[in-house]
Design a protein around this ligand. Sequence first.
Ligand SMILES: Cc1cc2nc3c(=O)[nH]c(=O)nc-3n(C[C@H](O)[C@H](O)[C@H](O)COP(=O)(O)O)c2cc1C
Length: 206
Amino acid sequence: MEELFDRVKYTPSGYNLQPWEFLVLRDEENKQRLREQAYDQEHVTDAAATVMVLGNTDPAAHADRVFEDWLDKGYLPDEETRDGLIDQVEGWRERQPAENRVWTARSTALAGMTLMYAAWEMGIASGAMEGFDKEGVREEFDIGEGYEPVMLVTLGYPEEDADDIEGPRRLRRPVGEMTHFETFDPDSEGEPAEKAMQAEASADDD
Ligand SMILES: Cc1cc2nc3c(=O)[nH]c(=O)nc-3n(C[C@H](O)[C@H](O)[C@H](O)COP(=O)(O)O)c2cc1C
């Protein structure tokens, strides 16, 4: 776990503010408590560990340390610039709560993805999950209002014949449909998205 999270810590974040926290559940009893808040999805307890990925909604929680480091390492010209950045980020505390939830979800979701890639590098399979009752999880695990439960990530060494390794890859929207150059017109391919996805799926079946 230590090695895994030592890789996760290098996730990039807005202003390097690193708003994530990870609650790692390995005890059977705790995984069961979480499963009850996750619509009884069995992977929560099947996994060796299930990680609750939480985003701090206070943008300035680590601002002092982060901008002091920038100053120390020469990424900022002077103390005035450092103080200006701290003021700016502290000002974000006054934004609408919804805005700060989106803010934390951006960087925290990247940390969730880093966790998945880092785990795979170490031979550990993972699964992201959004199917859980946010308020239920808050209550059950005493997660304060200042933290946004962003996702769960299940972790475990995969079985040799695991479905998701052996089975066919699930449909992915084609690159041409999801990628837009210079102007954004999601219907520019001239085909409704659904039709294009069906065409891709049947091509894959061939
Ligand atoms: C944010 C997010 C939430 C997800 N939530 C769940 C979930 O609650 N339960 C589940 O079984 N799978 C969940 N998944 C897994 C997706 O269903 C899966 O990634 C998708 O069907 C594509 O399958 P593949 O990644 O195996 O190709 C989630 C994936 C993401 C990225």
